[in-house]
Design a binder for this molecule. Structure first.
Ligand SMILES: NC(=O)c1ccc[n+]([C@@H]2O[C@H](COP(=O)([O-])OP(=O)(O)OC[C@H]3O[C@@H](n4cnc5c(N)ncnc54)[C@H](OP(=O)(O)O)[C@@H]3O)[C@@H](O)[C@H]2O)c1
Length: 331
């Protein structure tokens, strides 16, 4: 079968379309004929050996897929050949077929497109876990989302609205502001590009404070990091929750006195580890996502589709910050 392969450590230009043997399912596993594979920031990191998990080469990037079950392994009772599914697979999704665990797979609802389905699990799974389990978000809260036009960011905006929060989106450009508004953001701060000196950092803190309003942001969802973190933290409310989700702009350092002054919490978010350690709580979150999807309260915003051979171009767009919305490879 064809797969987009990482054969050496490097950027998206190192990926090659190649032939590999079709996988065979072990106990509890299935082989899925891939119709769509969502592109996520971990794909940028994994091919450069900068991700938490380092698969053996050659491997295909792509952590979540939608497709049709081609073969089921021993002990799989919830799915059969021919079922339409979505599944988290970690890597290996940018291929004609992917090996998935049945425990990490879900039926793709009737009438839903494969591309939309492929873009559900990682972004919304991360953001529901962040906002609910780590951020304890409540109706009436003010939520500030950094990187609000990216994969996990849009999911946080939509979920924040679904949970009754007032949502302020932070993005780097007007084009990205549009997609954050379409996702439901009540207000948008266009923060431009780092690096920020002391004055620029103070000015950005003031922009965030004005946008979130007098009492500050009860929950801050940070999937960006870098120079954006400290100005955002300065806009947090008394007893607010600062969610550490990702660092495409770099790993920031925090002056801890700010947390004392606001009596706030800084909470780490690691969805993959949560899903592995607490599968039942994760499945309950995913079940809630399917309900919200059916009710039209969330809907994966696929903005661009790429052929398998062009998967590297999609990964490059996430890496150079030019992606707007959700990119998906379709087969
Ligand atoms: N903690 C977890 O469990 C978990 C799970 C999934 C993903 N993540 C992490 O969350 C982050 C976002 O993932 P994603 O898939 O949503 O990525 P994405 O779609 O590429 O979104 C990332 C956003 O970060 C912003 N950004 C700021 N500086 C950037 C830079 N130098 N390069 C690229 N983007 C930059 C961009 O928005 P602006 O230009 O508007 O700032 C971009 O929209 C990644 O770090 C990823 O590893 C964490």
């Amino acid at each position: 079968m064809k797969a987009l392969l990482s054969t050496a450590t490097g950027g998206p230009e190192t990926l090659e379309l190649g032939e590999v043997a079709r996988p065979t399912p072990g106990k509890g596993q299935m082989v899925v004929d891939v119709k769509a594979c969502a592109v996520n920031f971990p794909d940028v990191l994994i091919i450069e050996d900068k991700y938490q998990f380092k698969p053996q080469r050659p491997f295909a990037p792509g952590g979540e897929v939608a497709g049709i079950v081609a073969e089921v392994g021993e002990g799989v009772t919830d799915f059969k050949t021919g079922d339409r599914v979505i599944a988290a697979c970690g890597n290996g999704g940018m291929a004609e077929a992917a090996l998935v665990n049945a425990a990490n797979s879900y039926p793709l609802p009737e009438g839903r497109d494969f591309a939309e389905g492929a873009a559900l699990l990682m972004t919304y799974g991360t953001s529901i876990h962040a906002l609910v389990d780590r951020g304890h978000i409540e109706e009436g809260d003010t939520l500030l989302v950094l990187g609000a036009s990216g994969g996990v960011g849009i999911a946080a905006v939509e979920l924040g609205k679904a949970f009754g929060a007032r949502v302020v989106a932070g993005v780097s450009s007007e084009a990205k502001a549009d997609i954050a508004r379409q996702a439901g953001a009540d207000e948008v701060v266009v923060y431009g590009y780092q690096p920020f000196d002391k004055e620029a950092s103070k000015a950005l803190a003031n922009m965030f404070k004005t946008a979130v309003g007098g009492d500050g942001a009860n929950v801050i969802y940070d999937a960006v990091g870098g120079d954006y973190c400290e100005p955002a933290l300065r806009s947090i409310a008394w007893e607010g929750r600062y969610l550490v989700v990702g660092f495409p702009a770099g790993i920031p350092r925090l002056p801890l006195n700010l947390t004392l002054l606001k009596s706030c919490d800084v909470a780490g978010v690691f969805w993959g580890a949560f899903a592995a350690r607490e599968p039942q709580r994760n499945r309950a979150n995913i079940a809630r996502l399917f309900q919200l999807w059916e009710q039209g309260k969330i809907s994966p915003r696929v903005t661009e589709r790429f052929a398998l051979a062009d998967g590297g171009k999609a990964i490059a767009k996430l890496g150079d910050r030019s992606a707007v919305g959700k990119l998906v490879v379709t087969i």
